[in-house]
Every structure is written in structure tokens, then in C-alpha cells.
Design a protein around this ligand. Structure first.
Ligand SMILES: [Fe+2]
Length: 319
């Protein structure tokens, strides 16, 4: 900080918090202890395989220095385990909530907080389904068979901005497992897909045509990494909170900050996949999925790429 003589400051309360920094000391404040970088982290399925009904946040808020729970600066991911016949409320101030059903079945009920409807919206979910909910109400998730859901929302972004949502930007929207799986199989059968190492569907909403994302903030992809595939590296400025839906041992992601001259990732970290596990891909890091398991593997990355697309800051690049 520059040591300006105090007499040059205005002697009024509104000046008491004002600071001036030398540009070179403040131009990039992303460093440990200041604005902490987003770490590599993974979580295994043992977190949700047993135990009582409850919400299990994948919480890195202390490491990130933000209000919690938070898994990245803008997003919070959780596992929700619900015993058969029980229910849990997914309470958070958000503009977007995304739920993916890893196992089980049940119903989600939510009443619009703005009073636009006196009736609960109901989404009946089964294994493999995905649904998104906008701002308003507190969803009640009731399991008819013991269930595990992956829940991602943008509460940390709202908390950082110091705002409460004032409007729902889309309607509750349900993507059934049967529909997504049939569309993915159809895509895999297309001639161009045989040689492709990326067979994936991007989830979108008719009310959000410009971003082609699952909500105006969240982005979701339902994809297969075929047996034997080694994807060319790519990167983007959105954070990915990756959920592994199903895989056999031998599937992994390589991640790193730089490329070699042949386009491979320099000194990559290897993140091994686990069915029902999750991991973080930090923004701007090159990443490549590799499947040496001999069987196809299914993944569902959730990102804040709806927001980045709107800001024109996604900067997706392929090696
Ligand atoms: Fe990616």
C-alpha cells in the first residue's frame, strides 16, 4: 500500500476505509491467504453409502475463505441421503438448484414463494433423473425407496453478492433418465460418434435460449467416455463439480495448468474415478478424461458455465 500522507485524505467517515495500492501489489490477488486458489479435491461414495437421512455438503468454504457451505466460489455441491419413507428439505437461498438422482425414487414438492400458485409443484424422480428448480420455496424431498441425490446450487454466489433472489428465471424442469439415456444412445449410434472420444448431451431449457445451459447460471452435461478413449485436453474458465455416475476401475482424469508441445498435459495430476464419487476441476486447468477400464463410463459435470457464457468469459479451448 502506498504511504500517502494522512493529511491528504478527506477527514470524513466515508474516507476511513479507502485504500490505494501500487498496481503491482494488487493486480493479481489470487494467491494463498488472500484470494485462495481453488484446490484439487475428490470425494468417494463412502460418504453417502450408509447413514441417516441428511444433507452432506462437500464444503471447502474454510479453504476458499468464503461463507459456507461452498465447493467453489460460486457453487455448493452436496450429497443428499434419504432413507425410504423419510424426507429432507433442500433449504438454501439460490437462483438455481440442480438435483441428480444417483439411486432411489421419490417426489420433490416445492411451493412458489411468490404466491403465484397455491399448489406445490411436484417432480416424481427415479434413479438417473435430473431436475432443476429456480429461486423460491424450500423443496421437500421425500424418498419412497432409499435415495442418494447430488445437489448443486449457486448459493455461494448470492452470498458473495449480498443479495436475495427476487424472481424465478425459469420453471421447475425435469429431465428423465429414460429420455436422456435414449438420446445418448441415439447419439452414440450416429456415424461420426464411432470415432469420437466424446459422446455427450448438454442439458438446456427452452426459456434460456441464448446460453443453451440447464439454468441461467448452471451448466450440465450427461456424457459417456467410451472404453479405450483418451480425450484431447480442453479447458474453460468455469469450475466443474464432476459427478461420476458409473464406471469400472481404470477411468481417470488428467489435470494440469500447462501443455507440452505435443498437446498433452505437462506434469498432470491423475484423479481416479469412482462410481458415485465427485471431484473438482479448477477453472483454467487443462483436463482430459481417459478410459482404460474396458467398459463405458458415465459422468455428469456441473459448472457455473451458464453465468460465464452470459458474461462472455467462458473461454473454452481445445488442445
Ligand atoms: Fe471440461
Amino acid at each position: 500500500m502506498t504511504q500517502a500522507p494522512e493529511r491528504k485524505r478527506h477527514n470524513e467517515p466515508a474516507a476511513s476505509k479507502a485504500q490505494l495500492f501500487d498496481y503491482r501489489q494488487a493486480a493479481n490477488p489470487v494467491r494463498p491467504g488472500l484470494t485462495d486458489p481453488i484446490p484439487y479435491r475428490s470425494w468417494g461414495p463412502e460418504l453417502h453409502e450408509q447413514g441417516p437421512t441428511g444433507v452432506l455438503p462437500l464444503d471447502l468454504s474454510a479453504e476458499l475463505g468464503v461463507a459456507g457451505p461452498a465447493t467453489s466460489p460460486a457453487l455448493a455441491a452436496h450429497f443428499i441421503r434419504i432413507e425410504a419413507g423419510e424426507g429432507v428439505r433442500a433449504a438454501a437461498e439460490v437462483t438455481s438448484s440442480l438435483f441428480f438422482v444417483l439411486s432411489g425414487s421419490g417426489v420433490c414438492r416445492v411451493r412458489p414463494a411468490d404466491g403465484s400458485s397455491p399448489r406445490d409443484a411436484e417432480i416424481h424422480w427415479q434413479q438417473g433423473d435430473l431436475f432443476v428448480l429456480p429461486a423460491g420455496g424450500t423443496p421437500l424431498l421425500e424418498a419412497s425407496s432409499t435415495s442418494v441425490l447430488y445437489w448443486v446450487h449457486d448459493g455461494p454466489l448470492l452470498s458473495y453478492l449480498g443479495v436475495s433472489p427476487s424472481a424465478a428465471r425459469f420453471e421447475p424442469t425435469h429431465y428423465s433418465a429414460a429420455w436422456m439415456q435414449a438420446e445418448l444412445e441415439e447419439l452414440a449410434r450416429q456415424p461420426g460418434s464411432v470415432s469420437s472420444n466424446r459422446v455427450s448431451l448438454l442439458l438446456a431449457n427452452r426459456d434460456l435460449p441464448s446460453t443453451r445451459t440447464v439454468t441461467h447460471v448452471l451448466w450440465a452435461m450427461f456424457g459417456i467416455v467410451p472404453a479405450g478413449a483418451t480425450q484431447a485436453p480442453h479447458r474453460h474458465q468455469s469450475v466443474a463439480l464432476d459427478l461420476i455416475i458409473n464406471c469400472h476401475p481404470g477411468v481417470y482424469t488428467l489435470v494440469g495448468t500447462e501443455l507440452n508441445s505435443d498437446g498433452s498435459i505437462r506434469n498432470p495430476r491423475r484423479i481416479d474415478w469412482q462410481s458415485g464419487g465427485a471431484f473438482i476441476t479448477p477453472p483454467g486447468h487443462w483436463h482430459s478424461h481417459v478410459n482404460e477400464s474396458g467398459e463405458p463410463a458415465w459422468l455428469l459435470p456441473i459448472q457455473d458455465a451458464g453465468l460465464h457464457t452470459y458474461l462472455r468469459s467462458l473461454d473454452i479451448r481445445f488442445a
